[in-house]
Design a protein around this ligand. Structure first.
Ligand code: HEC
Length: 186
C-alpha cells in the first residue's frame, strides 16, 4: 500500500492538510447571515426562526435553507419555502406554529411558544412571499394585509369557546335553532 510506504511526517502532513480542506468546506456552509436589520421590530423573530425553523423551512431573510430544493429528493418533513409562499395574515402563521402546520401531521407543534411564537409569526408574515414570481390576477404578497394577533391568542389556556359551553343536542335529534324572525319590512 502506498500509504504504508510513506514516512510519517509526510503522512501527518497529508492528513492535516486534508482535514483543513474539509474544515474549510464545512465552514463555507452557514456563512449566510440574517438580512433583517437589527433595528427592525421583527429582528428577534428572525433570530428565533433561524434557530428553530431552519431545518425545515427556507426563508432567506433569516438565512435558512430547510425546504426541499429538488422535488424528486424532497422528504415529507421539508416544509414550505417561505421565500415564495405568502404567509399572511400573521394570525395564520401563529395558528401553524401552535398546531404544527395546517394538517398537524408533520410539523411539530409549539416549537416556539408565548411571546416567542408571536415574534416568529410577525417576522414570517412580514418577510415571507417576497420572492414569489408574479402571477397574473393574483395580488402580490406585499399588498396583502399582515393583520394583527388578538391579545387573547398569546396565552395558551384560552382554547375553549368564549361562552365556555357548547349547545348540546340530545342524541338523534338536531339542536333546535333559535327562532329567528325575518327582518321587518317597512
Ligand atoms: C420538522 C420540520 C419542521 C419544523 C422544525 C418547522 N416546520 Fe413549519 N412546516 C413543516 C411542514 C412539513 C409543513 C407542512 C405541514 C403540512 O402541510 O401538514 C409546515 C408548515 C408550516 C406553515 C404553514 C405553511 C402553509 O402555508 O401551509 C407555517 C406558517 C410554518 N410551518 C411555520 C413554521 C415556523 C415558524 C417554524 C419554527 C418555529 C416551523 N414551521 C418549524 C415542517 C417544519
Amino acid at each position: 500500500m502506498i500509504f504504508a510506504r510513506m514516512n510519517r511526517p509526510i503522512r501527518v502532513l497529508l492528513i492535516t492538510s486534508a482535514s483543513a480542506v474539509i474544515a474549510a468546506l464545512a465552514s463555507a456552509c452557514g456563512t449566510e447571515k440574517i438580512t433583517v436589520a437589527k433595528s427592525d421590530a421583527t429582528y428577534g423573530g428572525a433570530v428565533l426562526f433561524s434557530q428553530r425553523c431552519s431545518g425545515c423551512h427556507t426563508l432567506s431573510f433569516a438565512a435558512t435553507r430547510g425546504s426541499a430544493t429538488n422535488e424528486r429528493t424532497a422528504e415529507p418533513n421539508n416544509g414550505p419555502n417561505f421565500d415564495v409562499r405568502c404567509e399572511r395574515p400573521v394570525a395564520r402563521v401563529l395558528y401553524a406554529i401552535e398546531n404544527g402546520g395546517f394538517s398537524g401531521l408533520i410539523m411539530p407543534q409549539n416549537v416556539v411558544v408565548g411571546k416567542d411564537a408571536v415574534a416568529v409569526a410577525e417576522f414570517v408574515a412580514k418577510y415571507a412571499g417576497r420572492r414569489t414570481p408574479p402571477v397574473v390576477g393574483q395580488a402580490p404578497c406585499d399588498s396583502k394585509p399582515i393583520g394583527s394577533i388578538p391579545a387573547m391568542a398569546t396565552t395558551t389556556t384560552t382554547t375553549t369557546s368564549s361562552t365556555g359551553t357548547l349547545a348540546k343536542a340530545p342524541p338523534g335529534r338536531p339542536a333546535k335553532a333559535k327562532a329567528t324572525r325575518p327582518p321587518r319590512r317597512r
